[in-house]
Write a protein that binds this ligand. Structure first.
Ligand SMILES: NC(=O)c1ccc[n+]([C@@H]2O[C@H](COP(=O)([O-])OP(=O)(O)OC[C@H]3O[C@@H](n4cnc5c(N)ncnc54)[C@H](OP(=O)(O)O)[C@@H]3O)[C@@H](O)[C@H]2O)c1
Length: 248
């Protein structure tokens, strides 16, 4: 199965890195394409988007939503091909309509962690070939419904808040006199260890919160004050609003 990418930006680069090469790239994003072709075996840069389509069995749409319709409508696909769309908030039926051919269209939400083959990637609908691709890059999650996929897309939108929480805590520590390097190293190490516990323990998050919060202790106090001041409510409100957006 020959894999080709329309759009050679950040997410394409991360996927190629994780796969270790063996793909066809479109020419836009020229510097990134040249860099990937130089670093990985069997990576070629086609002379046009159409040339990518012509050379590949599975075409990955890795372009921004704003240009997706124009780009896809300009391409001629052939029977037997499969489209893998990374374009957010755009249902498979819409992509299929733009492609103008009754092709299988699968959506996926890969994140930059595919580069280290550590990404959990939702796909919709279930598809053995696409699942095998993302299993190589970590683990595929085959969603059974649009709602499951949309909910995981909302989950993926928490990355900025993870770093925002670190940023806020670091800023508070530094403002009160802790050297920046100490604050940064301490918070990053703490969150990295907690991430490993969250991933590996298999316990419910609520149970972990209790386990890591001595009754009447400091950790319990922080989360209680956070909730009382509207922190949890604000998080849920943001998730509600993002869900409306990803539903398209
Ligand atoms: N980055 C992520 O973590 C991530 C995760 C999941 C999904 N996605 C989705 O994946 C898509 C790409 O994201 P990205 O972060 O990789 O964006 P990006 O870094 O901005 O890359 C977009 C690429 O598309 C190229 N492009 C623009 N117009 C084109 C055209 N007419 N034909 C072919 N290529 C064209 C750009 O080339 P130029 O530089 O020459 O303009 C650029 O190389 C988006 O829909 C995004 O929502 C991204």
């Amino acid at each position: 199965m020959r894999l080709g990418f329309i759009g050679t930006g950040n997410i394409t680069a991360a996927i190629v890195e994780g796969l270790g090469g063996g793909v066809v790239l479109s020419p836009r994003g020229a510097a990134m394409a040249a860099d990937l072709a130089a670093r990985f075996p069997d990576v070629t840069v086609a002379e046009s988007n159409q040339a990518v389509v012509d050379q590949c069995d599975m075409v990955v749409l890795a372009i921004r939503p704003q240009v997706a319709e124009e780009v896809v409508r300009s391409l001629r696909f052939r029977a037997g091909q499969k489209l893998l769309s990374l374009v957010a908030a755009t249902p498979v039926e819409v992509i299929r309509g733009w492609a103008g051919l009754d092709l299988p269209v699968i959506r996926a939400i890969p994140l930059p962690f595919v580069a280290d083959r550590r990404c959990v990637t939702p796909i919709l609908p279930p598809d053995a070939e696409v699942a095998a691709l993302f299993d190589r890059l970590g683990q595929a999650v085959e969603c059974q419904s649009q709602m499951e996929f949309d909910l995981l897309a909302v989950g993926s939108a928490l990355m900025g808040s993870y770093f925002g929480l670190l940023e806020a805590a670091e800023g508070w520590l530094v403002e009160r006199g802790l050297p920046e390097a100490a604050a940064r190293d301490y918070m990053a190490g703490l969150f990295a260890n907690l991430g490993r516990v969250a991933e590996g323990s298999g316990k419910p998050f609520g149970a972990l919160r209790e386990e890591y919060s001595t009754r009447g202790g400091l950790n319990e106090q922080v989360f209680r004050v956070f909730g009382e001041a509207g922190g949890v409510k604000a998080l849920r409100l943001a998730l509600d609003q993002v869900l409306e957006r990803v539903k398209g």
